[in-house]
Design a protein around this ligand. Structure first.
Ligand code: AMP
Ligand code: MG
Length: 539
């Protein structure tokens, strides 16, 4: 593998010590560390498409040397691995220094396929679960197979869905056992350890800025912000405070766009602490995340957040804003006044509101009317969407199946097509079809009548609308129970489902006839099962 110098990292100051011992690191954005040697590293899955696209490896992915590198067994010759230092707000409270407790950067690699000589595309390559770092605090720095499979499958599923995300290159079993208390209820047990090699242009978080700000380290804060702008936001041509304002506004807009994508596909991140917010607007740190099966804005998969539900589906946009406030506070010392930062936050609210409406209009196939229509039609679409959000909650209705089957809605000339279509086209989406009566049925009929009316005003052919809707409403997502089934088999050393789900989720919008079984509601056994509907941060 060819590691290259990363000018971004080179421009950041380094912790003078290079011990792995857990400790406070008062100065430096990163600390050089040594990964722990795994006992028997074994490749479980390789993302060969990305591997090829990168074109940076001398050897095949299955080659022992490559596996050695991707498991921390062999170290790159070119530079020392390192862990990043950052802080963060966790569940609304300032938590101080956090840092990469179990992620180790091996270095940067240059993408061959899409690079030009003047603009090589650089990826930072991290191993997650390769042992303790100065930032491990009281934890061990390892990762278990279960959480590694979840991160591995979901990262590439998100990429295929068109949602900005960090990427993965390989999943390796370490051959070591890791002790975990899954539900934090005093029942620890040994689980197989694993390492995910993940990639991103960078892994800088909101918390990377909060830490120097909390320590009154204005020079360091400036150093990080200047480097971020120079390397990742080259379109910002200003210098000094104006550049920081433009940078903040851009981060606000990217964050809005990211969260709109999550709402589109029904993804709940689960731990939106500021240390898990990427400065590039990527989905980062897949932990106790989940996918909405019955549409429910109050749902969160994270048991640690069960009481407060701070990170529930319907609150992700508000939490995005709250997190951006923390970033604004962190940047304040170098911006010097609040007006521009407030403007950035307003830009977030505006971008979110506008983008959310456009996204939902496209999901229901009324995007052309939204674009071309006047204020009256815009209001009608807005009303339709908000009524839909309420109607979907009346009885358990599968989000993915509902939107995918809504595309099959036929604008017939029949007088009362609703009943026929509710019990035909949309039927599959309802968990308790017997509840489709009385006021529930009336609400659906009313909603569908308004929908039908707007479709007629829009006047787009059904077939054309269907194609457009199917391009934003996935047929296949990583349902919580699917990941759990792959995990349970993998824990018995059967990795076939990891392979098959990985393939399935490469084409989430396509009809895959042989895979129709995954276009189905969550089975009953998965309703309250640990790992399916309930996930903890223990990983
Ligand atoms: P998370 O919310 O899962 O992204 O993790 C919050 C913090 O805990 C980060 O600083 C992680 O690096 C750290 N952390 C989580 N799990 C472990 C672990 N097993 N060993 C060391 N640090 C960890
Ligand atoms: Mg994290």
């Amino acid at each position: 593998m060819y590691f290259v110098a990363d000018p971004f990292i080179e421009s950041l100051s380094k912790d003078p010590s290079s011990s792995n011992r857990p400790r406070m690191v008062p100065h430096g954005f990163y600390s050089e560390v040594t990964p722990k040697q795994p006992t028997h590293p074994k490749l479980i899955h390789a993302n060969s498409k990305l591997f090829k696209a990168l074109g940076v490896f001398k050897k095949e992915l299955s080659d022992a040397k490559t596996i050695g590198l991707l498991s921390g067994q062999l170290l790159p010759k070119e530079r020392s691995p390192f862990a990043m230092n950052y802080g963060g707000h966790q569940f609304g409270q300032w938590a101080g220094q956090l840092g990469d407790g179990r992620a180790i950067h091996l270095g940067s690699v240059e993408e061959r396929s899409n690079s030009t000589a003047s603009h090589p595309k650089l990826w930072q390559l991290q191993l997650k679960g390769a042992g303790p770092t100065p930032y491990s605090r009281s934890a061990d720095g390892f990762a278990v197979l279960r959480s590694s499979i979840r991160e591995y499958l979901c990262s590439e599923a998100m990429q295929a869905l068109g949602v900005p995300t960090t990427r993965v290159l390989s999943l390796v079993g370490t051959g070591d056992q890791v002790l975990r208390d899954v539900m934090y209820n005093g029942n620890p047990k040994y689980e197989p350890g694993a390492i995910v090699a993940r990639l991103a242009p960078n892994f800088i978080r909101f918390g990377s800025f909060e830490l120097p700000a909390s320590r009154d380290q204005k020079t360091a804060l400036k150093e990080l912000t200047d480097a971020c702008i120079a390397h990742y936001f080259p379109e910002i041509k200003y210098k000094g405070p104006k550049a920081y304002e433009a940078f903040f506004e851009e981060v606000c807009k990217r964050t809005a766009s990211l969260i709109i994508h999550w709402q589109r596909v029904g993804f709940v991140h689960g731990v939106l602490n500021t240390d898990n917010m990427s400065i590039l607007g990527l989905t980062i740190d897949y932990g106790p995340y989940g996918w909405l099966e019955p549409y429910d804005p109050d749902w969160t998969p994270n048991t640690t957040d069960a009481a407060q539900r701070r990170y529930r589906f319907g609150n992700q946009s508000q939490v995005g804003l709250w997190n951006l406030y923390q970033l604004a506070n962190a940047l304040y010392p170098i911006v010097g006044e609040t007006t521009a930062l407030e403007a950035g936050l307003d830009a977030y609210k505006e971008a979110y509101e506008k983008g959310y409406l456009e996204m939902m209009a496209k999901k229901v196939g009324l995007d052309l009317l939204l674009k071309k229509g006047d204020k009256k039609e815009r209001n009608a679409i807005q009303q339709l969407i908000s009524t839909l959000e309420n109607t979907l909650c009346l009885t358990e209705t599968d989000m993915t199946i509902f939107f995918r089957t809504l595309a099959n809605w036929e604008t017939t000339s029949e007088k009362d097509p609703q009943i026929k279509q509710i019990f035909g086209t949309l039927y599959k989406a309802f968990y308790e079809p017997k509840e489709l009566q009385g006021s529930v049925l009336r609400s659906w009929k009313l909603w569908l009548a308004s929908y039908q009316e707007l479709l007629e005003v829009q006047g787009v052919a059904d077939r054309e609308r269907q194609q457009s809707m199917n391009s934003v409403n996935p047929k296949y997502v990583l349902r919580n129970y699917m990941a759990q089934m792959a995990i349970e088999a993998a824990e018995q050393e059967d990795y076939s489902m990891v392979h098959s789900l990985f393939e399935l989720l490469q084409k989430p919008y396509e009809e895959q006839v042989s895979q129709e079984r995954w276009f189905a509601k969550r089975p009953d056994w998965a309703k309250n099962k640990v790992g399916c509907s309930q996930l903890s941060c223990s990983s």
